[in-house]
Design a protein around this ligand. Structure first.
Ligand code: GDP
Length: 295
């Protein structure tokens, strides 16, 4: 019968309770257990190892409180440490300015367009903003159609220029349009590729240089596990993005990518997204994700 990490730790700590104190010896198996749970949750092995070493150092010597279950105490240490590593508290979104500009980047299929719609809906319904969505994907007319449909569902205007093959100009024109129509946030959905390539990176970097966004959000599919880290690194090297959006957290995925990405690029995770409905966007809470990773 599969036990989750909390249950496994509790049984592991039954033996320690009598000794009253956590030692190198009695914690070894537990540390291994935690590491395995992290790797199972898609945390990069090297990161999982460094993390458990830190936790071990914190736990050794600490008294096992008789009042609480020592397993739970250990789970708490691990959870707090995980949450701390993922940013501690939730990150703010900069939407100051008229208009504020938010650039959305990521691989094709990562969920950029869906997220753009969800973000527009969130800003409209939760933050009282008046957003404009901009379709800057010049390669796939279907992407413009998709954004237009989403915009229709949530009652947000979509700016596009089907004949224009200059993504930078489209982004700039969208901002002009926002000013003319009193929209105070422009969300620019950019083109993606199936793999990182130079043309894509240059194009997004050019848009960034032309529109100086308040936020550059990197969208990544949480189901891509270890690959997510490499993709995040490549985008961050070129774009120096301001935040991460983890999509598709509705599946079985435990979200270890959140920890690996934060650890690797040290940028805050700002949103987590699950499902295809426009109202399923959540601000990222590190403590909730820590619980999810530990299972
Ligand atoms: P883009 O190419 O990056 O713009 O990605 P899309 O927004 O078109 O999303 C790619 C596919 O994933 C579409 O079929 C979406 O409906 C789906 N999708 C996007 N976000 C989520 C999510 O959070 N959960 C699930 N289950 N599917 C999603």
């Amino acid at each position: 019968m599969f036990q989750n990490l909390s249950e496994r730790l509790e049984s592991a700590f039954k033996n320690i309770k009598g000794e009253g104190r956590i030692t190198e010896l009695n914690i070894a198996a537990t540390v291994k257990d935690i590491r395995r749970a992290l790797v199972d949750a898609d945390v990069n092995y090297k990161i999982a190892k460094e993390f458990t070493d830190t936790v071990k150092d914190k736990a050794i010597g600490s008294k096992v409180l008789l009042a609480v279950n020592p397993g739970q105490q250990m789970v708490k240490i691990v959870q707090d440490e995980l949450a701390e590593l993922m940013g501690g508290t939730e990150a703010e979104l900069d939407i100051k300015g008229s208009p504020a500009v938010i650039l959305i980047a990521g691989l094709q299929g990562s969920g950029k367009t869906t997220f753009s719609g969800k973000l527009a809906n969130y800003l409209k319904t939760k933050k009282g903003k008046s957003p404009l969505l901009a379709a800057a994907d010049i390669y796939r007319p279907a992407a413009i159609d998709q954004l237009t449909v989403l915009g229709g569902q949530i009652g947000v205007d979509v700016y596009s220029e089907r004949e224009n093959k200059d993504a930078v100009a489209i982004a700039q024109n969208a901002i002009k349009e926002a000013k003319a129509k009193n929209k105070n946030v422009v969300i620019i959905d950019t083109a993606g590729r199936l793999a990182i390539d130079e043309v894509l990176m240059t194009e997004v970097a050019n848009i960034r240089n032309a529109v100086t966004p308040n936020e550059i959000l990197f969208v990544v599919d949480s189901m891509t596990g270890q690959d997510a880290v490499n993709t995040a690194k490549a985008f961050n090297d070129r774009l120096d993005f301001t935040g991460v959006v983890l999509t598709k957290l509705d599946g079985d995925t435990r979200g270890g990518a959140a920890l690996s990405i934060k650890y690797t690029v040290n940028k805050p995770i700002k949103f987590v997204s699950s499902g295809e409905k426009m109202d399923t966007l959540d601000v990222f809470y590190p403590d909730r994700m820590a619980q999810r990773i530990l299972g």
